[in-house]
Design a protein around this ligand. Sequence first.
Ligand code: HEM
Length: 434
Amino acid sequence: MTDVDDAPELTLEGFNLFSDQVQQCPHAYYALMREQTPVFHVPGTDIYLVTRHDLVVPILRDVETFSSNFSTTGMKPDADLIAKMNDVIKQGWPKVPTMLTIDPPHHTRFRGTVAPYFVPRRMKELEGPITEIVDRLIDALPTDGTVVNVVDALNVPVPIEAIAHVLNVPPEKLADFKRWSDDSIASIGTAISDERRLEALAGEVEFQHYFAEQLERRRSEPIGDLMSDLVQARIESEPDHPAIEGDGKRSLDMPEMLSIVQQLLVAGNETTTKSLTEGVRLLAENPDVWAKLKADPEGYAPNVTEEVLRMSTPTQGMFRIVQRDTEIDGFPVPKGARLVVVYSAANRDPEVFPNPDEFDPDRDGLMKQHLAFGKGIHFCIGAPLSRLEMNTVFRQLGRRIESITLADDNELRYFPSFMLRGLMRLDVSFTRAD
Ligand code: HEM
């Protein structure tokens, strides 16, 4: 079964990233772009979408021409709103770029402070706690045919509770933690009201205060967690930095540490939730795959995870800022233009993934070729964690659940954003195997 509607009269004329039709099912548009104009200039903007796998990969490798310094690419608010936003921002710490939106050499320094956390040994230590989280949530699923929204019941809590475990956030703070995560992504790739923008900013400031206190505490009482690593980290310093020490290094300052912690939230929660939801849908819609997973939950779950990542690609694309006039596949792109490397389009490139709209976890070389986590120096630092979470969910569903059935009245509406793609809810009923 494929997840792309036939749309015979589709055209790229007047293509609008914010239109509901595009956001609900972009794949047919991406297919047209790959065929007709793989570097597509979005009318009336300085945005270019790059949709072919063989064009996206070299862009990710050429970090000098294609910069990740895109933190200022949001929609510009009017002066009145800026004044109100500044009043909120003043109550927190300045937001500084650290990993996702910064280029080398700074990128390398910041990434080095958290990379040691996401190594296999640490992930192994997380296997037990994450299985416990997933099992507790599966225990609570109704299995008498009652329909449940699996987004709320399973797919939101898994990544939130997993990263909360990593950051040692206590259970009573989980609801706030989830709210801060929502606030941090509120304006990414979507249009929101002024009120929501201000509310979201206030949530981010609240988040900063909570974690600033935690980080200060780790300074006097390190407990060997990721935040303790951050306060102890020493990075190569810029020569003119006031905190530089004799060895040319310095500690991270509070805005930098907060930026890193916030990115772990922003980048990890929504994305994993969205992939898990698409995964449950795909398993329910593809009984042959479900049967294979049930026959060997441990062995087959990683295949399911990688194919779900390819098909869902919740981070649909990422910006790169063009540093000099250049050409991509013969198409001129001017200095200053904003490119979007469209990972979700590249992940359905039939040159790399034959029959790309089909859910087939047995594809060869899947893990190496799909771009759901990007590629190159910005490759998702949390990939091992989210793979662990997804593998655990699919494995435990395969072991413990007999059948997954989609409710007939599912609307299958996607979150309205051109950056983050995922179903807003998914109503499902389960029957239990154990
Ligand atoms: C299914 C889940 C996830 C998906 C699809 C995803 C996707 C991505 C992608 C595509 C990038 C590269 C962005 C670029 O090219 O500029 C990225 C970077 C990043 N991701 Fe993830 N991510 C996921 C989960 C996570 C988790 C669980 C965490 C943290 C715990 C995380 C933290 C980050 C960070 C910090 C970066 C920036 C890395 C850098 O710029 O060096 N992500 N992610």
